[in-house]
Design a protein around this ligand. Structure first.
Ligand SMILES: [Zn+2]
Length: 88
């Protein structure tokens, strides 16, 4: 990690924008309101800790992971990762 470079600020701004975009996307994806007691997809009970940690949660961990994977796939969230693998 280089520090003290004049251009670092510009790079940091880009990183901030990327993080902000990711947070905004995550926020808009998360349902708000009361947490469901059971997964809306498979009907499995959602642990109290998960409901407390994620207000408005509707899916169990398994289904959420599946949904996250699909969201990443369609939104191009991992575009950077695929670019890296092309360089290998
Ligand atoms: Zn489920």
């Amino acid at each position: 990690m280089a520090t003290g470079w004049a251009r670092e600020g510009a790079v940091q701004e880009q990183i901030d924008d990327t993080v902000k975009d990711g947070v905004e996307r995550a926020k808009s994806r998360l349902p708000q309101g009361e947490s469901a007691t059971h997964c809306h997809d498979c009907g499995a009970a959602i642990p109290e800790a998960r409901r407390a940690a994620l207000p408005g949660v509707r899916l169990c961990i398994k289904c959420q992971e599946k949904a996250d994977k699909e969201t990443r796939h369609f939104s191009g969230y991992n575009r950077r990762g695929s670019k890296d693998s092309q360089l290998r």
